[in-house]
Structure formats: structure tokens, C-alpha cells
Design a protein around this ligand. Structure first.
Ligand SMILES: Nc1ncnc2c1ncn2[C@@H]1O[C@H](COP(=O)(O)OP(=O)(O)OP(=O)(O)O)[C@@H](O)[C@H]1O
Length: 242
């Protein structure tokens, strides 16, 4: 049975169909890359899954439970967490305060000592334990990204949505970022990741789904997709190996 099932999802912005009848599914524990040229609808689809935007049509279910129509806080309670393309940490709070909030409002709704433990574990997972009491606003960019990921992990998700989490990292940081995601994958987390860095997609995702102009144009093994004429044509003019 599919763990995440997206069926005929549509998002209409006025005259624009940013997501146009998209259907695909993920098995539990699978990691899948969501590719496509700029403006093809990837972030909008992530917004539909996480409930940041309501779908215009179609259904999205997680483990058989319908997410479409639920508020985003209810979707978080169902076990969906995400990172944002532009990090959304709370700069005036400490790192531990930043991660405690999703521990309380995420999938399992922890309180008190349990929330503290989950928050500490999330910081440890991304290597930020030693800076727990530092102000989030003082972090470097890579560490802000780590904290953003820790915030998603503190919600103890069953489905993690990554929106270009690796973007903007230098080569060493990128290597560390890929290792971190591979550890999450190996822990059994189901991950859908929007990513433009093809080497990272190759390293992490055996399968990709590809969007173009709102439509799904490929759903296949990564190596096959990257030589698929429809995918290559969609990317023409863009550097897929950037
Ligand atoms: N809130 C909105 N209102 C109106 N149009 C929107 C809105 N959000 C996105 N769009 C439009 O929907 C289309 C798809 O945008 P989206 O951000 O989902 O693409 P993307 O594939 O994530 O692009 P990128 O790789 O550049 O992040 C674009 O034409 C965009 O301008």
C-alpha cells in the first residue's frame, strides 16, 4: 500500500495551473527526488502536501488518512514536517527553544521533559548540541539550515519534505548535508526532496519524479529520468549538473 498517495492534485492560481493533475505515490521508507525546472510547481506541490496551501482539486493521503482539507497544524499532527527554501528559524530564540516548539506542536505533541528530550535529540542529529543555548540569529548559514532541519525533525515526522535544503552550501558543507540526509534515509524516514543539485539527487534518491509547467512528466529510476528525452527537453537551457 502507498504511504503517501497524491491523486490528481491541482493548484490553480487565477489563470495559472501551478500543479496540474499530478499523481504519484511513495512507499514507507522511500526517498524520492522531486525535480523540475524553475517555476514548474515543485514548491507548490510541497505546499499542498504540508497544508500551507489548499489544493484546488485532487486528494493527498498519508497512510490512508486524507490530508487534503486539513489545516496545516493538523497535517503536522499526522506526521508531516518540512523545511523551507528560505530558512524559517526564530532568530531571537536560542537553538533549543527553536526546536522545542515543533516538539510540542508536531506529530507527537510532547510536553515538559519529553519535549526537552526530543528537542535535544533533534539538535544532536544535526550536530548542533553544543550550541543549544546560543541565539539562533548568530548561526552561520549552514548552521541555520541545520537548525531548520532540526526543527522539522523535532516534530518527529513520518514524512519529511525537504525544499532545496542543500541549496547554497559550499562543497564541504554539501558533502556533510548529503551524509546527514542519507542517515535520515537509513533510519527509515520517508523523504520527498525538491533538489536542483543533481549529484546530490544521484547520491540520495534511487527514484525521481519530474515536473514541468505543473505537470508530472516522469516518474522513474533516477539514471533513466536524467536521460529521458522529455526531462532533458524540459531542462534545456538550464544546467542540470549545476
Ligand atoms: N502564491 C502564489 N500565487 C500565485 N502564483 C504562484 C504562487 N506560488 C507560486 N506561484 C506560481 O506557480 C508557479 C510554480 O511555482 P513554484 O514555486 O511551485 O515552482 P518551483 O518548481 O518550486 O520553482 P523553483 O525551482 O524556482 O523554486 C510559478 O509560475 C509561480 O510564479
Amino acid at each position: 500500500m502507498s504511504f503517501l498517495a497524491i491523486e490528481h492534485a491541482v493548484k490553480q492560481f487565477g489563470g495559472l495551473r501551478a500543479v496540474d493533475d499530478v499523481s504519484f505515490s511513495l512507499k514507507r521508507g522511500e526517498i524520492v527526488g522531486l525535480l523540475g525546472p524553475n517555476g514548474s510547481g515543485k514548491t507548490t506541490l510541497i505546499n499542498l502536501i504540508s497544508g500551507a496551501l489548499p489544493a484546488s482539486a485532487g486528494t493527498i493521503t498519508l497512510n490512508g488518512q486524507q490530508l487534503t482539507g486539513l489545516r496545516r497544524d493538523k497535517i503536522a499532527r499526522c506526521g508531516v514536517a518540512r523545511t523551507f527554501q528560505l530558512v524559517r528559524i526564530l532568530p531571537s530564540l536560542t537553538l533549543i527553544e527553536n526546536v522545542k516548539i515543533p516538539a510540542v506542536f508536531g506529530h507527537k505533541a510532547h510536553w515538559g521533559a519529553a519535549a526537552e528530550r526530543v528537542a535535544k535529540d533533534a539538535l544532536a542529529m544535526v550536530g548542533l548540541s553544543e550550541r543549544a543555548t546560543m541565539s539562533a540569529g548568530d548561526l552561520t548559514y549552514i548552521d541555520q539550515k541545520r537548525l531548520e532541519l532540526a526543527r522539522a525533525l523535532a516534530a518527529e515526522p513520518e514524512l519529511l519534505l525537504l525544499d532545496e535544503w542543500l541549496a547554497g552550501l559550499n562543497p564541504t558543507e554539501l558533502e556533510e548535508g548529503i551524509k546527514l540526509i542519507s542517515e535520515l534515509r537509513d533510519s527509515g524516514l520517508t523523504i520527498l526532496m525538491v533538489e536542483h543539485i543533481i549529484d546530490a539527487v544521484r547520491a540520495l534518491c534511487p527514484r525521481v519524479v519530474v515536473m514541468n509547467s505543473g505537470k508530472l512528466i516522469a516518474d522513474e529510476q533516477t539514471d533513466k529520468a536524467l536521460t529521458d528525452p522529455a526531462v532533458v527537453t524540459a531542462y534545456l537551457g538550464e544546467d542540470v549538473d549545476a
